[in-house]
Design a protein around this ligand. Structure first.
Ligand SMILES: Cc1cc2nc3c(=O)[nH]c(=O)nc-3n(C[C@H](O)[C@H](O)[C@H](O)COP(=O)(O)OP(=O)(O)OC[C@H]3O[C@@H](n4cnc5c(N)ncnc54)[C@H](O)[C@@H]3O)c2cc1C
Length: 399
């Protein structure tokens, strides 16, 4: 079995319906990046937690290979940009903590990012962003810059032809290995005293009145609180407890990506241009991503759209011209109706809490969104932008 099939390295036999306790203070549905952070943090807080996944931990969108951690542009600063900046800043310490606890590397590095500027007007915009970063990227002791360089710092990474008006060096961007982070979070849970993990058990329905999760195999469990972190499957689960909706509250958006092996340095920065990401990882691996497809036939198949992406990547970064293809991969991102993450208690059933909708940025914010989801349980203030709340998303689709 390849890593993609089993990113957490579990044997899938860690639990079965008959192992279920009668109740749990917290039931978490879904063991992707969202559910795993929630379970790790609940365990730290000593909350008696059951984490259930329909298949294997990390088998959804979180079992991919890109792992780009990039902030929004530093202009037009607002609450959402600040939230994401703070989360990306805090992630470094969170990852170091998990690595220290488990002895496993998550393949994290703040390698920075290069954005070529093919046209002169883009340089003017970039110079303004440079000032915006000085004003808005607070919290890193001035370490983080949006520098405009005249030339590509390293020959062929990317091709100078794309940088006729210069190139931006964003020193804040980072990368993480999605599969290694998932594996480390899962390993942390394997030793957590208060958390039980059950794989291969699909939640069919949440009975919010009775506070029970009903599973597809006919078993069920009572909960004090239930966090719904089942990726795009969260949307139908939450819709079923929300009366009078005029349309779905979210949808899956397919993404394709690939992994190459090349003679590159793991410290090199990410390259980003017009939605194309080139992300150097450890061991000479370079991830290329991603397509964004709202309609698709095979959710997990790859096709000519990925070939096109690979062709573009090899032209943008000539060092990849002869790189060996290691893997092609596709997954379904959870995109909520309001595009923002969807987090927090259901307005009619406050024991049911959403933790989904991270769409393209989940890996940079999931740890912080998990804190917000748990704050609701502990009766603490939920520190997220108002548009992230489940309540706000539901209001967009109420009849
Ligand atoms: C090609 C591609 C590239 C990407 N690149 C990046 C990137 O560079 N940076 C970034 O931050 N993000 C990126 N993303 C987005 C990111 O991967 C996702 O947003 C994120 O993984 C979603 O995590 P999740 O935990 O919400 O859902 P998932 O990872 O999908 O996890 C959901 C889990 O719930 C389980 N489940 C489903 N239904 C049920 C049920 N009924 N009962 C119990 N369990 C259930 C599933 O088995 C699964 O394990 C990318 C996504 C794709 C597809």
């Amino acid at each position: 079995m390849g890593q993609a099939d089993n990113p957490a390295g579990h044997d899938g036999q860690s639990g079965s319906p008959r192992d279920l306790p009668a109740s749990a203070d917290l039931v978490i549905l879904g063991g992707g990046i969202m559910g795993l952070w929630a379970a790790v943090k609940a365990g730290r807080l000593g909350i008696r937690t059951l984490l259930v996944d329909a298949g294997r931990l990390g088998q959804g969108a979180s079992g991919g290979l890109l792992g780009a951690l990039m902030s929004h542009t530093p202009d037009k600063w607002n609450e959402k940009k600040q939230f994401q900046f703070d989360a990306l800043l805090a992630l470094e310490d969170e990852v170091r903590w998990i690595e220290a606890e488990t002895g496993l590397s998550c393949g994290y590095r703040r390698s920075g990012r290069l954005i070529p500027l093919p046209k002169p007007h883009l340089r003017d915009i970039a110079l303004r962003h440079s000032q915006d970063a000085e004003a808005n990227w607070q919290g890193g002791d001035g370490r983080f810059r949006w520098q405009v360089l005249d030339e590509v710092p390293q020959k062929g990474w990317p091709d100078a032809a794309f940088a006729e008006a210069g190139i931006v060096h964003d020193t804040f961007a980072a990368r993480v290995s999605p599969r290694r982070l998932i594996a480390a979070l899962a390993a942390n849970l394997a030793n957590a005293r208060h958390v039980t993990v059950v794989e291969g058990l699909e939640a069919a329905r949440i009975d919010a009145e009775a506070r029970r999760v009903l599973f597809a195999d006919g078993s069920s469990i009572a909960f004090g609180h239930c966090i719904v972190a089942a990726g795009h499957h969260s949307f139908p689960l939450l819709e079923a407890v929300s009366p009078l909706l005029s349309q779905p509250i979210g949808q899956p958006v397919k993404g394709q990506a690939a992994l190459l092996k090349a003679d590159i340095d793991a410290e090199w920065p990410l390259v980003f241009l017009n939605g194309l990401y080139v992300v150097p990882h450890e061991d000479g691996h370079v991830a290329i991503g991603s397509t964004s497809e709202e309609s698709f036939d095979g959710p997990f198949s790859t096709d000519a759209k990925l070939d096109d992406l690979l062709d573009r990547a090899r032209v943008l970064v000539p060092s990849l011209r002869n790189a060996r293809l290691v893997e092609r991969w596709a997954g379904l991102r959870p995109k909520a109706i309001g595009r923002d993450p969807m987090v927090g208690p259901h307005p009619d059933h406050r024991q049911v809490i959403a933790l989904t909708g991270g769409f393209k940025v989940s890996f940079g914010v999931a740890h912080q969104l998990a804190d917000a989801a748990l704050a609701g349980i502990l009766g603490r203030e939920m520190r997220i932008p108002p548009s992230f709340t489940l309540e706000s998303h539901l209001s967009l689709t109420a009849r």
